[in-house]
Design a protein around this ligand. Structure first.
Ligand SMILES: *[C@@H]1O[C@H](CO)[C@@H](O)[C@H](O)[C@H]1NC(C)=O
Ligand SMILES: *[C@@H]1O[C@H](CO)[C@@H](O)[C@H](O)[C@H]1NC(C)=O
Ligand SMILES: *[C@@H]1O[C@H](CO)[C@@H](O)[C@H](O)[C@H]1NC(C)=O
Length: 496
């Protein structure tokens, strides 16, 4: 079907959406979350200096009717919080555990005993998947996990079988879309990366033998961020007049479809056409880059959710599609190596407040998600650059230090706090550091340049946050203890 024939089809899906909206406005007495798409899950990571209490987050899942969650580890507090909720859980195994699990079967048995069996009592947690490793074949890992991933999966599978969960819990491994490529961007030219083809074949066989899904993370945002001249509209789902890619008789109007269908071709070429595809991560960040803001995030999600509600799937894989959004809340301790936006993927802020309207039924209604309840904040105080402190070399050093240890990702070009003047800019850095350090008085010293203030320094869209009182922050390996602080302030003194 060519461009012309493509038109009536898109009219068709519009009509379905219109009908769905009409239906929704007529059933607004339904309980909250009742119409949420059953195929939608959300990733829930905890790389935050002040993570919300898991019980609060689980309540957010329930209040919003989200029925699936994907986790990055098997932390018992977090997993346990999903007990009795009926929410389907994918637990994760971080890459740093792959080697142990691959080389020592008894470790896999221990892992299953502690992290699955203990949670699977009657009325307990509904664990449906174990994600062994996370994006383990990223090129940036330089092959480190290539030979460990499948053996680890096999051992975990064997241990699950032995524990009696063989039929119920599927083993898979979420991969980044960089495992496949297409030389000319046409899906039909797609295949797995040459360097991992040898390991992909047995992995695909494992997934097929066990009826496990192929889990892939697809990021239209990254196409826009990484590829110079990438047509903006092609990253979204509403670009009926923008860029498209013609492949055989299919016209691709968005990079998401083209990306997933590239995988479909790669699977086909490697004898695994029948594998189910699950989208392990997809989303749009709201800060830390020119293209990362609530307006574009809202546009992306609105298009994605309508698409999912229509069950149109992709041209080569029509039908319902299981999709885990990335992610639940912002995580201020994530590495910013991939980009400064990395800490702003949440559909909720760090404190569980929704960022923009989002309708998880895909009906396109203008409504906010239900935010976190019962969040306790630290006292209403901020750290700022002293009014009489001059802007000088030592100010820059102090800010540099605050940014290195804290979080200045909102100060970048295109970020929500990019318009601050120089003094407020320094105060922003000081405050982030101070808040992340639990408002420790010593964390607002900065060699006498900082002071604690009671005035809200937020301006426009730029939020100077007050952090939350988090019961979990003690558990982070990275502490802002006074000793660490003193040690790191020293270099600043020496520089000035
Ligand atoms: C269970 O999972 C946690 C969290 O991922 C991990 O730290 C721990 O080592 C696991 N237990 C075993 C026995 O492997
Ligand atoms: C504000 O701070 C950021 C991060 O340190 C820096 O890139 C930017 O140039 C600063 N802007 C001003 C106006 O000082
Ligand atoms: C500070 O002001 C911003 C708006 O400018 C507001 O959103 C925020 O809630 C305020 N913070 C506190 C702690 O009152």
């Amino acid at each position: 079907m060519g461009r012309r024939a493509g038109l009536p089809e898109s009219w068709c899906s519009c009509l379905i959406v219109v009908a769905a909206v009409w239906a929704a406005t007529n059933v607004n007495v339904a309980p909250a979350g009742a119409s949420v798409l059953p195929t939608i899950g959300v990733n829930y990571g905890m790389q935050a200096s002040h993570p919300l209490n898991p019980d609060i987050v689980v309540k957010m899942f329930k209040d919003n009717g989200i029925k699936k969650v994907k986790l990055f580890d098997a932390d018992s507090w977090t997993v346990g919080a999903f007990a009795g909720t009926g929410i389907e859980v994918m637990v994760g195994i971080p890459n740093n555990q792959l080697e142990g699990l691959a080389k020592d079967y008894s470790r896999a048995e221990d892992w299953v005993k502690e992290n699955v069996t203990k949670q699977m009592y009657k009325g307990g947690v509904d664990i449906k998947y174990v994600a062994v490793g996370n994006e383990a074949f990223l090129t940036s890992y330089k092959g480190k996990f290539d030979k460990l991933t499948l053996p680890a999966m096999q051992n975990v599978k064997k241990a699950l079988d032995k524990a009696g969960f063989g039929g119920k819990i599927k083993v898979t491994t979420p991969l980044n879309a960089d495992v496949y490529e297409s030389k000319n961007n046409k899906p039909s030219e797609g295949d797995f990366r040459e360097d991992i083809k040898g390991i992909m074949k047995p992995l695909l066989k494992f997934l097929r033998d066990n009826k496990s899904p192929f889990v892939v993370n697809v990021y239209p945002f990254l196409s826009l961020y990484q590829i110079k001249g990438f047509p903006t509209d092609y990253a979204f789902f509403d670009s009926n007049h923008g860029k498209s890619i013609q492949d055989n008789n299919i016209n691709y109007k968005n990079v998401f479809d083209a990306n997933v269908d590239t995988l479909v071709w790669a699977l086909k070429k490697n004898g695994a056409s029948d594998l189910k595809i699950t989208i392990g991560e997809v989303g749009w960040p709201t800060d830390g880059d020119f293209f990362a803001n609530p307006t574009l995030a809202r546009r992306f999600y609105s298009g994605l959710l309508k698409k999912l509600a229509s069950n149109e799937g992709t041209p080569l894989r029509p039908g319902p599609m299981v999709v885990y959004l990335f992610g639940m809340v912002d995580e201020d301790m994530k590495s910013i190596d991939p980009g400064k936006f990395e800490r702003h993927w949440g559909i909720f802020r760090y404190d569980g407040k929704p960022k923009f309207p989002m309708d998880l039924s895909g009906n396109g209604n203008e409504k906010m998600l239900v935010g976190a309840k019962g969040v306790q904040y630290l006292p209403k105080q901020w750290c700022a650059l002293k009014e009489d402190a001059p802007i000088a070399g030592n100010t820059a050093d102090a800010q540099g230090y605050a940014c290195l240890m804290g979080d200045c990702t909102s100060l970048v070009y295109g970020g929500s706090c990019n318009n601050l003047d120089q003094r407020d800019n320094v105060s922003y850095a000081f405050n982030m550091y101070f808040q992340m350090a639990d408002q420790d008085v010593a964390a607002c010293n900065f060699n006498g340049l900082g002071e604690i203030v009671k005035t809200n320094l937020s301006q426009g869209n730029c939020l100077f946050p007050i952090y939350i009182d988090s019961a979990a922050d003690q558990r982070l390996p990275f502490g802002f203890g006074a000793a660490i602080l003193a040690a790191l302030v020293l270099p600043i003194l020496m520089l000035s």
